[in-house]
Write a protein that binds this ligand. Structure first.
Ligand SMILES: O=[N+]([O-])c1ccc(OS(=O)(=O)O)cc1
Length: 593
């Protein structure tokens, strides 16, 4: 008798976008042209209550391990751990994936999957913390730091010691391919194009060598992180589109989201909070023009990223792998609202360095030798109706666009189905492992080391269920139970959610520096503080946050922001952690791209 054909195990593609706003893409109410992401939403499910952490590396660590970032080693951004005396050396604040967690691609690799990534890593600079060693990725091309110039451009500076720390860590395109530091990138390098092409090279290699081997692919774009840079042809599509300014864009997007059924008709949007920048109407014409041009470049950057999503999906279709591939699409945190010019990292000679070596004149914005960010006004057009943006554990910082796409999902009953079920980035690891039929490492000893249990939950059962595309009710067929509890803490901000109840701590100047209470089922904008009206509820949730903070090892909180400071030159040379971020090419030369 012929052996029974084994059911083919599914493939997985996780597309993570850096600092993408909630409402940038067409399918989430944006005006930016994103037909390929919109097509994923049409073939899958779009989520309106999906959450990450308020910052990049912490979210990435949660995604790959399924647990809270204070346990993974990314209790704080690596760059800030190095500068914060109260965080450095504390458990869970190593600045890389520590030994107490398992990145799930390693489990997939051990179970026979081809595992590969191309794009931003930000979970450790050294070989021992690399995607190959710590991430379980068989093939990887990894941008190691938090960001870099998207064209890999670096100005000629006579004396490297004159380069301010901010630029040393945030410009050099510092990559590792498998175990080797990359010393050469192609002349026409542009981040999104290159990362997608590299991923296709790895996937094609796998297909050619073993067509039946399933894959897990991770594509963490560095778009649309600052410096905001985009090819002219994409940027030109938005010429003049943003001249009415960020407040007009905000209104426009809110209206579109309502029409699309993404937010309730009666939602009360949180007001824009941006005390660190001048009001739009008070800005000079020149400053407004450059701000609008930066938003044009940002839109071009998102559009180009979408084209690359299209390229990867097209490859999957062409090679006959698309039907078997679960595609996850999400952002790592809320839109980037930092007015970086007002931040402590800009102290000293940083702004002067920028003026000397970069050209942020109107017609140069978006090019390789420009260095721009779009600030808290445009970002709050992107996060509306929610409160604030990246860095904050209010909904604007942690609610992210999320799409799960695969042809033939039982759960999906209608085109472009919108799901209001709550989920978090910690759910991806258990869900993907479950769908692959590979057991999660839920605590216990893994390869000789004690590891933390997974906090997220698998969606497998929920995805297989059908509810006719109905709106989920609070107590009906949710992924998580209605009183599910999750905590957040980063950068002096904190939050705890139990079902739709949420408490927030936002320090001054953007918040009151005391706990506030919200009912998210009625108030997505977090506008009506119920703390005084419902003291018992407040006390319950604050108590739960205290327990969470103790359980996961939160360091600091209320004075945390004051703890960060610019390092002196002497401290920089004495601090080896910070030095590692500074020194772009400290390792011997390896493979060149
Ligand atoms: O201060 N830094 O060096 C810094 C801050 C934020 C940042 O962006 S993130 O996406 O990595 O959070 C990168 C670098």
């Amino acid at each position: 008798m012929a052996p029974q054909a084994q059911t083919r195990r599914p493939n997985f593609l996780v597309i993570l976008v850096d600092d993408l706003a909630w409402s940038d893409t067409g399918c989430f109410g944006g005006e930016i042209s994103t037909p390929h992401i919109d097509a994923l939403a049409q073939t899958g499910l779009r989520f309106t209550d999906f959450h990450a952490s308020a910052l990049c590396a912490p979210t990435r660590s949660m995604l790959l391990t399924g647990t809270d970032h204070h346990l993974t080693g990314l209790g704080q951004l690596p760059e800030f751990i190095a500068r914060s005396p109260s965080h450095s050396g504390k458990p869970g604040h190593e600045g890389y994936l520590n030994d107490h967690v398992v990145a799930f691609p390693e489990l997939l690799r051990d179970a026979g999957y081809f595992t590969t990534m191309s794009g931003k890593w930000h979970l450790g600079l050294d070989k021992e913390h690399s995607p190959l060693v710590k991430g379980g990725f068989e093939r990887s091309f990894a941008m190691l730091r938090g960001c870099c110039n998207h064209y890999a451009y670096e100005p000629e500076v006579a004396n490297k010691a004159d380069v301010p720390a901010f630029f040393s860590t945030n410009t050099a395109a510092y990559h590792r391919e498998d175990e080797h530091i990359v010393t050469k990138l192609p002349k026409d390098f542009y981040s999104s194009d290159f990362y997608a092409d590299k991923l296709l090279e790895y996937l094609t290699g796998n297909q050619e060598s073993d067509p039946d081997r399933p894959f897990f692919a991770y594509l963490p774009f560095t778009a649309a992180h600052w410096p905001i840079q985009a090819p002219r042809e994409n940027m030109e599509h938005y010429r003049g589109r943003y001249d009415a300014g960020p407040l007009a864009l905000r209104k426009e997007r809110i209206e579109r989201q309502k029409k699309m059924g993404l937010i309730p008709e009666n939602v009360v949007p949180h007001p824009v909070v941006a005390p660190e920048v001048p009001a739009w109407d008070d800005m000079t014409d020149d400053a407004r023009a450059r701000s609008c041009r930066t938003m044009e470049a940002y839109a071009g950057m998102v559009e180009r990223m979408d084209e690359n999503v299209g390229k990867v999906v097209e490859y999957l279709k062409r090679s006959g792998q698309y039907e078997d591939t679960y595609i996850f699409f999400l952002s790592d945190n809320g839109a980037e609202g930092a007015a970086i010019e007002a931040g402590p990292t800009m102290q000293g000679n940083t702004l002067a360095h920028m003026q000397k070596y970069y050209d942020n004149s109107l017609d140069n914005i978006g090019r390789a030798n420009s260095y721009c960010w779009y600030g808290p006004l445009w970002s709050q057009a992107g996060t509306a109706p929610c409160r604030l943006h990246k860095w904050f554990s209010t909904e604007g910082g942690i609610r992210v666009p999320f799409i799960l796409s695969k042809p033939g999902l039982p759960r999906k009953q209608e085109a472009g189905q919108i799901e209001s079920a709550f989920g978090t980035v910690m759910d991806l690891a258990p869900t993907i492992l479950d769908l692959a039929g590979v057991p999660a490492q839920n605590g216990g000893v893994f390869k000789g080391r004690q590891v933390y249990p997974v906090k997220g939950v698998s969606w497998k059962h929920w995805l297989a269920s059908t509810d006719g595309g109905k709106e989920l009710k609070v107590d009906e067929d949710m992924i998580h139970p209605p009183d599910y509890e999750v905590g957040w803490e980063l950068m002096g901000c904190a939050a705890f959610r139990k079902g739709y109840w949420k408490v927030n701590w936002v320090p001054p100047p953007k918040g009151p520096g005391k706990w506030q209470l919200y009912d998210l089922s009625q108030d997505q904008g977090e506008t009506k503080d119920l703390a005084e009206e419902m003291p018992h509820k407040l006390e319950e949730l604050v108590g739960l946050w205290d327990r969470y903070a103790k359980d996961v090892g939160v360091v600091g909180l209320k004075n945390e922001l004051q703890d960060y400071r610019a390092l002196t030159a002497e401290e920089i040379s004495a601090d080896t952690t910070w030095l590692r971020f500074m020194n772009a090419h400290e390792e011997p030369v390896g493979a060149a791209a």
